[in-house]
Design a protein around this ligand. Structure first.
Ligand code: FPP
Length: 267
């Protein structure tokens, strides 16, 4: 069972859920079966994240580019999304989860909007964890939309060109209202970002797992978080001094070994 350090959790975790199609193909099933199993994994990981105490979880559920997939696959994904929102509604509301969606939401079909919009409204005051579904989402598209907003504010005289700062852009990006992602996980073995949270991930830690998304479980999540916790985040600054200074800084007794109260056993 992995040990997770309770006081050093990432605030915002983003997940690129990849590998549904391959999971199905390996079993001789249609791709949609992989997505169905993938939505079971979504339930597991949302629950595990909430139990762990993550503040924000963003799931890349449907990219802007995914609209180009075969129509029956797109329809199946939309139906699974609707089923997920319907079946998890009470779980989300009862556990203090705020459900949010980012991306080109206007493009989603009515069957999804009919369950998504009320759940967003009804959970809007919840504060334990924000679950964001990136739907019809693209990182470049989000940056372009923020730039358009800034351009029109400058054009109307509401903003000066010199106020077009890195922070002004960030404040116009819905995916970053919960803060920049601290940890990005990609399942399914590929090592790329695929247009996910591009602006926010500047200093995110990246964790690539070979596990196909439908098989990804709580222990895989803990492993990813454990790996995050073992890294030193520097944000462009210099790191902690290496030996021998580290050695000099060691206390005479090793209290950390005795005091494990900050560690959380999960599994
Ligand atoms: C990528 O796998 C996955 C997607 C494009 C969709 C993700 C959807 C789900 C996990 C299920 C529905 C979502 C929710 C929120 C209930 P892929 O099809 O590209 O896999 P491959 O790389 O193996 O082909």
């Amino acid at each position: 069972m992995p040990l997770i350090e309770a006081r050093n959790l990432p605030n915002h975790v983003g997940i690129i859920m990849d590998g549904n199609g391959r999971w199905a193909q390996l079993r001789g099933h249609a791709r949609v079966e992989g997505h169905r199993e993938g939505s079971r994994a979504v339930r597991r990981i949302v629950r595990a994240s909430r139990r762990l105490g993550l503040r924000a979880l963003t799931l890349y559920a449907f990219s802007e580019q995914n609209w180009a997939r075969p129509e029956d696959e797109v329809d199946a994904l939309m139906a699974l999304l609707r089923d997920f929102l319907l079946s998890e509604r009470s779980e989300i509301l009862d556990n203090g989860i705020r459900l949010n969606a980012v991306g080109n939401i206007g493009k989603l079909p009515g069957i999804v909007r009919a369950v998504l919009d009320p759940l967003r409204d009804d959970s809007s005051a919840s504060t334990e964890m924000t679950l964001t579904l990136a739907l019809s989402y693209g990182g470049r598209e989000e940056i372009a939309a923020a730039a358009r907003e800034l351009a029109s504010e400058v054009k109307d005289g509401r903003l000066r060109p010199e106020d077009v700062t890195e922070d002004a852009l960030r404040r116009r990006m819905p995916s970053l209202r919960v803060g920049d992602p601290d940890l990005i996980i990609r399942t399914g073995g590929e090592r790329r970002i695929s247009n996910f949270l591009l602006y926010g991930l500047a200093y995110a830690e990246l964790h690539f797992s070979d596990t196909l998304w439908p098989d990804f479980d709580a222990v895989d999540l803990y492993e990813a978080i454990g790996s995050y916790q073992r890294r030193e985040r520097r944000f462009g600054l210099v790191g902690k001094p290496a030996m021998p200074d580290d050695k000099l800084a060691l206390p005479s007794a090793p209290p950390a070994a005795a005091d494990k109260s900050h560690l959380r056993l999960v599994g």
